[in-house]
Design a protein around this ligand. Sequence first.
Ligand SMILES: Cc1ncc(C[n+]2csc(CCOP(=O)(O)OP(=O)(O)O)c2C)c(N)n1
Ligand code: SF4
Length: 250
Amino acid sequence: MAVVFEKPKSLTDAEFHYCPGCTHGIIHRLVAEAIDTLGIEGRTVGVAPVGCAVMAYNYFACDMVEAAHGRAPAVATGLKRSMPENIIFTYQGDGDLASIGMAETVHAATRNENITIIFVNNAIYGMTGGQMAPTSLPGQVTQTSPYGRDVATAGYPVKVCELLAALDGPTYITRVAVNNVKNVRNAKKAIEKAFRNQVEGKGFSLVEVVSSCPTNWGMTPQKALEWVETNMIPYYPLGVYKDKTAKEEA
Ligand SMILES: Cc1ncc(C[n+]2csc(CCOP(=O)(O)OP(=O)(O)O)c2C)c(N)n1
Ligand code: SF4
């Protein structure tokens, strides 16, 4: 019988530790599929974050480096510059990338480092038990905003794509989601393009993936996906924010 669906070669056999319904698993799969499709499995090196995806080094079947919290773009820069023939990606949450690691993110982008960043925005600190993240929505209840995020004291959520797209440096900045089949298909294309850009030497690519954290949002997996649609996506509109390659292709 013809095989129509199988596990990507770039995922190991290790069982994911993620909570039921967590979208980290879908995103891991899409990254692994992109590596398989481009045939770069032998020369790809991933950089794992501090956050729920800290054990990504167990799941991707390529060399992996563990970065200190937020420092993945700096580690990726060093890897890429010392081994330019390798394909380097980071996989980071919103606490890792947009809070403690914001400086590394902005400066890697403005230098247009030829790396690929997968940014998982679930609007909360998942690993540490659900504290407010830079991307938590106005009014969102978290462990550290029990009455809801008050923008008067906590400020407004950081819109990473909009912010980075204002820089002259980066090549490709896009926001996708994985809450339904159509969005997963678009996310797959964007992640593949972000890796292809690096293979072709085009520069810094970041894919923000709007994601869910059913455990710390206090929702069933199904409700969490609905909340992505009704609350997250209106605040974080999906789409391409910057694509320097579009000009070349036109
Ligand atoms: C230097 C340092 N500061 C703080 C922490 C605690 N810490 C661990 S993970 C994390 C945030 C995780 O949230 P996020 O990056 O959004 O990823 P998620 O777990 O939601 O996937 C924090 C603050 C740490 N490990 N190291
Ligand atoms: S705490 Fe949230 S982000 Fe972490 S594994 Fe569980 S559902 Fe996923």
